[in-house]
Design a protein around this ligand. Structure first.
Ligand code: NI
Length: 222
């Protein structure tokens, strides 16, 4: 039996190699942050940490957006990597299920994973979209889609469905600041775990503070 920490570091090295140079915001450092956060939450929620860590490391291994919409690529690749590393079939099944439940849907979609470990991975993934990192990611994504960062004449939209929200990406009339109201400020209420809720609360407050200051500066206030 290989020790869990050796197994985890072996798989994290493999994920790091595969994702290096991935510029979509789902790069290795996204995985790294979500992994650290999942460990933080998992320890406080008494979860099976091997499952939490491996599922987190593999949750974006083949982001569907880059595989022609084929949602089975990620789970299949994850299962392959896990099997090669001698993970038991039971554990592989649990991990693959988590990846299926959390990885393909945009962060704003309210789908609750069926296990504690899945809930933790989803919370950690969503937490990476808010707070200081979330602000950075929002502006970086906006730039990629050629969105202006703010235009007071364009109101925030409420999207009827996540699909509609995703389809609107890159369309004219979207702004990065509106993205906070359309998605990022809604994530706090989607947390599954108590620990996730606590972290989200603090990150949410920081984004509100940031936006207040942003609007003050926009209007020439000190
Ligand atoms: Ni992710």
């Amino acid at each position: 039996m290989i020790r869990n920490d050796i197994l985890i570091s072996k798989i994290s090295d493999e994920v790091k190699n595969r994702l290096s140079g991935e510029g979509s915001g789902h790069d290795w450092w996204h995985i790294y942050r979500v992994w650290k956060m999942a460990k933080y939450i998992g320890k406080r929620e008494n979860a099976d940490m091997l499952i939490v860590e491996l599922a987190t490391l593999l949750h974006d291994i083949a982001d569907w957006k880059f595989h022609g919409g084929d949602e089975t690529v990620g789970p299949r690749l994850a299962a392959e990597i896990l099997a090669q590393n001698g993970i038991s079939p039971d554990s592989i099944a649990s991990i693959v299920k988590i990846i299926e439940e959390v990885s393909f849907k945009g962060a704003g979609i309210k789908t609750e994973p069926s296990t504690l470990e899945g809930k933790i991975v989803q919370d950690a993934d969503r937490l990476d979209a808010i707070g200081a990192i979330g602000i950075a990611r929002a502006f970086a994504t906006g730039a990629k889609f050629d969105e202006v960062f703010h235009d007071p004449s364009i109101p925030a939209q409420i999207y009827a469905s996540p699909a509609e929200y995703i389809a609107s990406k890159g369309k004219k009339g979207r702004t990065v600041v509106n993205h906070f109201y359309e998605k990022l400020l809604l994530l706090r209420d989607l947390m599954n775990t108590q620990t996730g809720k606590k972290v989200a609360e603090e990150r949410h407050r920081f984004m509100e503070e940031y936006l207040n200051r942003f609007f003050e500066e926009w209007e020439g206030q000190s």
